[in-house]
Design a protein around this ligand. Structure first.
Ligand code: NAD
Length: 502
């Protein structure tokens, strides 16, 4: 069976037979297709040593040369797109067209990082005082790390490693142990693009590896994306060690539908956002909030009809709308939530349990589920399900709908569907959520803006990618310099230097 090793100091590294390992499944067949090594503190030491040795020379290269490596990396990812998408789909379960989207959204951040000479420029003030000039510069932190979830095995590692490395850091990636192959391929491609060995290392593992990263004194910053309880734990433990931390968590995004929305377009948008990638996206729309009974009835009828047309299939089925969920355990968890919804009194309109794909009965497939008359007090509403399950929560007014999204413990994304500009503007201004879509169901910001949720969806202050990515992976040094004209020595002064007077 294929064994997936770490990637350290520019090459594959295996700790040998003593290492712990974990099965990697093909969710389409339910079969084990590989085994990934789970590293320990010793593996991390090796990665940190390689990173520490490589980082100073990498940081000392002028930024244009670092950008050239990013340009070549971008070209190589594009050249390997088909291979990467197939690999990704076979471990994650998403359909190949969606896997290409996963890679492309990461590639967008690589493209952004190609602008690093411009992005790292500091500020300059000439003549801030007599003969005094002030300038600031951005310097890399040194060795930094990223811990990523299973649901975007290309995009999220690239969100982190592209700006971190372009800014002159060395990076240690701890990808999800459930789909670890694509992150290793990305590291191989970056090495092929000319990245000096040791600048990017991939150390596989589970909680033990994450804890070792959080406790390591030579790792200066950790970027995390995953579920909220783990994000909060990682944030707390890393911050207590004095590290710079950014930790993105789970989500429960609401799609608010006003009576004047174009319902056919809205339903088309909601279908993709709720069921695409089997609902395993932190920017999925698992909650729809129709405003007014008339909207709710019309929406429900159209949703039921659209769900009837959904095709669940294997990742390589070009006509499939979505594939299996990631694991048998995750499938069982989603099914437990569906039963909980029934027990709580929500109306189960379409039940996706018990779905089996002919010829792939052992795959982790689920059909689409639709609940109506879900209420805010229900546990299935409060918690993230992360499967192909759409819950309808009926509201009577726009303020009630805004209140629902604002009071929800998660605050990653939200969308409103309407033709009313005034209502949309008010919604965007008021709602307590980090990313808002106006007639855009999955408002993941483009790479030169920045990604981050509020409340339990994000711990730390700086977002992923965009200028926040550059800020996170650099620190500012400000230099105040004086080059006085030749003349008499100025008097000693024991007061705080100021620019007194007008
Ligand atoms: P997860 O929290 O189980 O795992 C994320 C990472 O943390 C993995 O690398 C894993 O090995 C590690 N990990 C798991 N348990 C740990 C522990 N107890 N201590 C330390 N590390 C631990 O998340 P997942 O199931 O891989 O991913 C799905 C979750 O990620 C969902 O909640 C989803 O909403 C969230 N997500 C959020 C965003 C965002 O940007 N907000 C993006 C994608 C996914």
């Amino acid at each position: 069976m294929r064994s997936i090793s770490h990637f350290i100091d520019g090459t594959s590294f295996s700790a040998g037979s003593l290492s712990r390992s974990q099965d990697v499944f093909d969710p389409n067949t339910g079969r084990v297709q590989a085994s990934v090594e789970l590293g320990d503190g010793g593996t991390l030491e090796r990665a940190v040593a390689a990173a520490k040795a490589a980082q100073p020379a990498w940081a000392a290269l002028n930024p244009q040369r670092r950008a050239r490596v990013m340009f070549e990396f971008k070209r190589l990812i594009e050249a390997h797109m088909d291979e990467l998408a197939l690999l990704l789909a076979s471990e994650h379960g998403k359909v190949v067209s969606d896997a290409r989207g996963d890679i492309q959204r990461g590639l967008d951040v690589v493209e952004f990082a190609c602008g690093v000479p411009h992005l790292m420029k500091g500020d300059y003030t000439e003549g801030a005082g007599p003969g005094i000039d002030v300038y600031s510069m951005r310097q890399p932190l040194g060795v930094v790390a990223g811990v990523t979830p299973f649901n975007f095995p290309a995009m999220i590692p690239l969100w982190m490693l592209a700006p971190a490395i372009a800014c002159g850091n060395a990076f240690i990636l701890k990808p999800s142990e459930r789909d670890p192959t694509v992150p290793v391929r990305l590291a191989e491609l970056m090495t092929e693009a000319g990245l000096p060995r040791g600048v990017l290392n991939v150390a596989h593992g589970d909680k033990a590896m994450v804890d070792a990263i959080l406790d390591h004194p030579d790792i200066k910053a950790v970027s995390f994306v995953g579920s909220s309880d783990v994000a909060q734990y990682v944030y707390g433990r890393g911050a207590a060690k004095g590290k710079r931390m950014q930790c993105m968590g789970g989500a429960k995004n609401h799609g608010v539908v006003l009576p004047d929305a174009d319902l056919d377009q809205t339903v088309a948008d909601i279908m993709g956002a709720a069921y695409g990638s089997a609902g395993e996206r932190c920017m999925a729309l698992p909650v729809v909030v129709p405003v007014g009974e008339g909207t709710a009835e019309a929406l429900r009828e159209k949703l039921v009809s659209a769900i009837g047309g959904l095709r669940v299939g294997v990742s390589t089925d070009e006509r499939a709308h979505f594939g299996p969920v990631v694991s048998a355990a995750h499938k069982a968890r989603v099914e437990r939530y569906i039963q909980m919804g029934v027990d709580e009194g929500a109306e189960l309109v379409i039940d996706g349990r018990g779905f089996a794909l002919k010829g792939h009965e052992q795959g982790f497939f689920m059909g689409p589920t639709l609940f109506d008359r879900v209420t805010p007090a229900m546990q299935t509403y409060q918690e993230e399900i992360f499967g192909p399950v759409l819950q309808m929560v009926r509201a009577e007014s726009l303020p009630e709908a805004i209140g629902l999204a604002s009071r929800h413990p998660y605050g990653n994304g939200v969308a409103i569907f309407t033709r009313n500009g005034e209502a949309a503007r008010e919604f965007a201004a008021q709602v307590e959520v980090g990313m808002v879509g106006i007639n855009v169901p999955i408002p993941v910001p483009v790479s030169y803006h920045t990604f981050g949720g509020w409340k339990r969806s994000g711990f730390g202050d700086l977002n992923q990618y965009g200028m926040d990515g550059v800020r996170f992976y650099t620190r500012t040094k400000t230099v105040t310099s004086r080059w006085p004209k030749t003349g008499p020595v100025s008097d000693q002064s024991f007061v705080m230097p100021t620019l007194s007077g007008r």
